[in-house]
Design a protein around this ligand. Structure first.
Ligand code: BMA
Length: 365
């Protein structure tokens, strides 16, 4: 009897271990991870959110890009935002049509660039947006929660979108997914004061398990990216869902009015994250940054450039991504005619900052 009882336990433990190994092995072979590893010590890939969709003086014009207008080349990494897809919306929360986004992501892959997806989902509990803090959403949507089934239906919509990311031969191409970001703050409903670390981990683990194992999105590269503010590795890892779920470690850190010693504090966050990534053999990224509306026209070389200057940072960070350029809301990269244009151009011309052509060249070395 005992044996019979033990057998399923032993089997499931074996299967679980095996599952973890499967994730790890698959991801080591993931071509996007291989490329990131290959370029990591050559410099920092430059990325920009919504770059092909719109900029400060244009929107939805094929081939346009504020990074290209300023520097002559496209970014190497392109960020996209999925918020709204979970409701079945045709456009995301920033009005980018998902159909167009899909086309841009496919084009990025054809050009040799990389795609990374963030997600600011609406709350299932009250329908409000990601910044709504009125209720405790996470405990309701994780396993055993009373909205779990609806959450699965939301993940199905995310999976449908991701499963359409295929190359010309119909082969799915890899991409980065960076869900449940900036959890160390309390501005999103999955943030620090809105759920426990255990609930957060359960949310993260279920999301990735469901998309990878149930929906078959094996090509997905997963990034964990808290906001800055931690003082050591342990704090950085407070919400870490586990090595078997995560491929990349990142940090989101912006310069806001009143940010003190931004260069040195940001370097501190990056260094802590890099050390954790090294120990865990994960890729490191500066997942989101910028200074809203760039009041300092020398910000690119004097701030971001200085943050990334030490080899210990630039040779360990795979990419840096600047947030979006939306003329109606805010911008974080420069644009043609902007006071920071020349400075941004100078920054992008630095040998340790890599644009799309640099990435494509490095792939063949
Ligand atoms: C934020 C802002 C918002 C936007 C959101 C998702 O940082 O840019 O305007 O809706 O990202 O892209």
């Amino acid at each position: 009897m005992k044996k019979l009882h033990l057998f399923p336990v032993v089997l499931s433990v074996l299967l679980m271990n095996n599952c973890n190994n499967i994730h790890t092995k698959k991801n080591i072979q993931n071509p996007l991870i291989q490329t990131l590893r290959h370029v990591q010590n050559k410099g920092v890939l430059f990325g920009h959110q919504d770059d092909l969709a719109y900029g400060m003086n244009w929107s939805y014009i094929d081939g346009e890009s504020d990074v290209k207008r300023v520097s002559g080349d496209y970014p190497a990494v392109f960020g996209w935002e999925l918020g709204g897809i979970e409701r079945g919306d045709a456009v995301n929360l920033d009005s980018v049509p998902f159909d167009k986004m899909k086309g841009y992501a496919i084009k990025v892959n054809q050009m040799g660039g990389m795609n990374t997806f963030s997600w600011h989902p609406y709350s299932l509990v009250n329908g409000e947006n990601a910044w709504n803090l009125d209720t405790t959403v996470v405990k309701h949507i994780i396993e055993k929660g009373n909205h779990h089934k609806e959450f699965i239906a939301q993940l199905d919509k995310v999976a449908t979108f991701f499963s359409q990311l295929k190359d010309k031969k119909g082969k799915p191409f890899p991409f980065i997914f960076r869900p449940w970001h900036e959890m160390g703050g309390s501005w999103f409903w999955w943030g620090k004061d809105l759920c426990t670390p255990a609930e957060y981990k359960s949310l993260f683990r279920f999301t990735i398990h469901y998309l990878k194992d149930i929906k078959g999105l094996k090509n997905m590269v997963v990034c964990y990216s808290p906001n800055g503010g931690y003082t050591n590795a342990e704090e950085y890892l407070t919400w870490y869902p586990g090595d078997d779920m995560v491929d990349m470690l990142g940090v989101d850190e912006y310069e806001w009015p009143g940010s003190e010693n931004w260069v040195t504090t940001t370097q501190k966050y990056l260094n802590i994250m890099i050390q954790v990534a090294k120990k865990k053999n994960k890729i490191a990224t500066f997942a989101e940054t910028g200074c809203e509306n760039i009041p300092d026209s020398l910000w690119f070389t004097q701030k971001l450039g200085k943050v990334l200057a030490p080899d210990s940072i630039s040779q360990n960070i795979s990419y840096v991504l600047l947030w979006r350029n939306d003329p109606k809301v805010h911008h974080f990269f420069s644009y043609d005619g902007s006071p920071s244009e020349n400075n941004a151009k100078e920054f992008l011309a630095q040998p340790n900052i890599l644009l799309l052509k640099d990435l494509n060249k490095l792939k063949h070395e």
